[in-house]
Design a protein around this ligand. Structure first.
Ligand SMILES: NC(=O)c1ccc[n+]([C@@H]2O[C@H](COP(=O)([O-])OP(=O)(O)OC[C@H]3O[C@@H](n4cnc5c(N)ncnc54)[C@H](OP(=O)(O)O)[C@@H]3O)[C@@H](O)[C@H]2O)c1
Length: 259
């Protein structure tokens, strides 16, 4: 299917690896010029070079911390008027809820709630003026079903979800959609860190923790960044203009609810 977004521009945050990279690659494969952001210059440049070579689109790479004001300013300077915004950042560290400090909460809120909100505020009026915009926030299945060791994530991402639910309806008539993609367990560095924490918390080996995690997934496997990216590209497509304010779980059936 032609997604109808060739020639559009996208700002994809936290995109040198994992799910963000999957989204950037899938958008680029549809002919979208992408600006990708991550902190580590070398990995970022390697990813940018790979996307350029495979998709032949314009790829800008901005090495910065997107959770800071200066980082966001640098990203927006490189891509001031994106048609597509993919909000993403590293997830908060796992831990024991009794030990979360005020500073840890502020960092989680900055990364997983306030940064996406700031980027939406900075880009949405341009999208409205041009009559087309797609905003996708990478959140987590923890918004629907909390993960024990990820209390900071459970909380901070729910704040973003509430904000987006309101704004998506406010702009729904303008050609701009805002949706959240909720990853379950995907095969990236991040899931490895979560599995290590669960192994430690439960006094089991990492292999055992990984096997237990996979046992909870009806699909019997972890997801891939490529399939996550393809779902993102569809949400950003010309065909998805009537989908807004949604929370799409991509979790191999792990969430056990009917609705
Ligand atoms: N993988 C899963 O199963 C899963 C499940 C639920 C939720 N999630 C969430 O989805 C998001 C992406 O996860 P992932 O699995 O793709 O992680 P990942 O494989 O560790 O990749 C994270 C990417 O984000 C970049 N990044 C991290 N912090 C950043 C910052 N402050 N500024 C700019 N770039 C930053 C990293 O590059 P640098 O380190 O060089 O900056 C890297 O490119 C995370 O918030 C994660 O918690 C993932």
């Amino acid at each position: 299917m032609d997604m109808g977004i060739a020639g559009r521009t996208a700002l994809v945050c936290a995109a040198s690896k994992g799910l963000g990279r999957g989204c950037a690659e899938a958008l680029a494969a549809e002919g979208v010029d992408v600006t990708i952001v991550a902190r580590t210059e070398q990995t970022l440049e390697e990813t940018a070079a790979r996307i350029r070579a495979s998709a032949g689109v314009e790829v800008k790479a901005v090495a910065c911390d997107i959770t800071t004001q200066t980082g966001r300013a640098a990203a927006l300077a490189a891509c001031p008027s994106p048609d597509i915004l993919v909000n993403n950042a590293g997830g908060p560290p796992p831990g024991d809820f009794r030990k979360y400090t005020h500073e840890a909460w502020i960092a989680a809120l900055e990364a997983n709630m306030l940064t996406p909100i700031a980027l939406i505020q900075a880009t949405i009026d341009g999208m409205i003026a041009r009559g087309f915009g797609r905003i996708v926030n990478i959140t987590s299945s923890s918004v629907k079903a909390p993960i024990d060791v990820l209390g900071l994530s459970n909380g901070a991402r729910s704040g973003l979800t509430g904000f987006v639910a309101g704004v998506a309806r406010q702009v729904a008539a303008t050609g701009v959609t805002i949706n959240n993609l909720l990853p379950g367990a995907f095969d990236t560095d991040r899931i490895h860190a979560t599995i290590v924490a669960q192994a430690k918390a439960n006094h089991i080996s990492e292999d055992e923790a990984r096997a237990r995690r996979i046992q909870t997934i009806p699909a019997g496997r972890l997801g891939t960044p490529e399939e996550f990216g393809r779902a993102c590209a569809f949400l950003c497509s010309a065909h998805a203009g009537y989908i807004t304010g949604q929370n799409w779980l991509i979790d191999g059936g792990a969430y056990p609810g009917t609705y």
